[in-house]
Design a protein around this ligand. Structure first.
Ligand SMILES: *Cc1c(COP(=O)(O)O)cnc(C)c1O
Length: 348
């Protein structure tokens, strides 16, 4: 049996030999004393790349979003957010539990956006009955979908006019930027900056498509990052010789941005390969995530299919709706093996 094709998530990547070398060579200090040169270099690099005054290296995207929401909001404030947004649905309710900040979740449109009219009508008047609406939090990509830039500009403009702060959960910002660059003919780094500049704060994960083992960064103004820094400490995120991890993230920013286009091409290859199988509804991927709905007689077969795939050394996740994610450690041969194994299961 050849190697495992792990399509569960883009978080499963192993650091490349060059990334490991960069980690081993990283000059280190103690970041709680703010003197780890590799952490400081990463923070400066990502802030500059995305056009912010400052940045903060944090262990996880969850902690990054928590620091952002708590740095924007006080107890009794609320943030407007999508029903399926990670920082509402998938982070244990952290902003509410740890910050006494309540979410105001809104339904998504089919393209992943929140309708401007819904955002506007959910902003509460200044009245003792209501929480104070303080923040709009968007996510891009959301479930692998790129939010159109014109939409992001319109939604963040609306928020600004209404006096709300704007946060982007850009865990996969560079996937969004890569997809956007494919439309505009532009460059992924410039597109990432164009998206980021619509917001007061942006969180980016290094441990997903960028291929670093650990870490995220939160970007914003100097004052904002100073507040977030205090919250990071409170949340237990003050790390020490974290320059080893920051060096991996810096390596990823230098070497792994342009290659995201390959992951997107492999996702399309996978989707094309799975097209036309009875009972499978394949959503055309915009980035590196392929969703496949099991319908009709196939609907109850997710467990059987996943077990069959596992038996062939192929990993994916999902129930009724399967998710396949491409990344740095998957190649065309792996994708073709996955397609063949699914076809074999359905005798298609
Ligand atoms: C993965 C992810 C996060 C959180 O990342 P962790 O590092 O796993 O805490 C936040 N937002 C989005 C959209 C994500 O995909």
């Amino acid at each position: 049996m050849s190697t495992i094709v792990d399509l569960r998530s883009d978080t499963v990547t192993q650091p490349t030999p060059a990334m490991r070398a960069a980690m081993m060579a990283a000059p280190l200090g103690d970041d709680v004393f703010a003197d780890d040169p590799s952490v400081n270099a990463l923070q400066e690099r990502i802030a500059q790349m995305l056009g912010f005054e400052a940045a903060l290296f944090v262990p996880t995207g969850t902690q990054s979003n928590l620091c952002a929401i708590l740095a924007h909001c006080q107890r009794g404030d609320e943030y407007i957010v999508g029903q399926f947004a990670h920082c509402y649905r998938w982070e244990g309710g952290g902003a509410a539990v740890l910050g006494s900040v309540q979410p105001q979740p809104l339904a998504h449109q089919s393209d992943g956006t929140l309708a401007l009219a819904d955002i506007e009508s959910s902003i509460k008047p200044d009245d003792a009955h209501f929480a104070r609406t303080r923040l709009l939090a968007l996510e891009n990509t959301l479930g692998g979908k790129l939010l159109p830039l014109e939409y992001v500009q319109a939604a963040t403009d609306l928020a600004r006019r209404k006096g709300l702060a704007r946060h982007l959960d850009g865990a996969r910002l560079f996937n969004a930027a890569t997809a956007q660059a494919a439309h505009t003919g532009g460059d992924a780094r410039a597109e990432a900056r164009a998206i980021a500049q619509c917001f007061d704060s942006v969180s980016v994960c290094f441990s997903k498509g960028l291929g670093a083992p650990v870490g995220s960064a939160l970007c914003g103004s100097r004052d904002f990052i100073a507040r977030a820094h205090r919250i990071r400490k409170m949340a237990g995120g003050g790390m020490r010789q974290s320059g080893m991890l920051a060096a991996a993230a810096s390596h990823a920013l230098e070497h792994h941005v342009e290659r995201l286009a390959q992951d997107h091409a492999l996702a399309r290859r996978l989707a094309d390969g799975l097209a036309g199988i009875d009972g499978l509804q394949v959503e055309a991927p915009q980035t590196n995530i392929v969703f496949v709905d099991l319908t009709g007689a196939a609907r109850d077969q997710s467990a059987g299919l996943l077990a069959h795939l596992e038996g062939q050394g192929i990993r994916a996740t999902g129930l009724y709706r399967l998710r396949f994610v491409t990344h740095l450690d998957v190649d065309a041969a792996g994708v073709d093996r996955a397609v063949a194994a699914v076809r074999q299961y359905f005798k298609a």
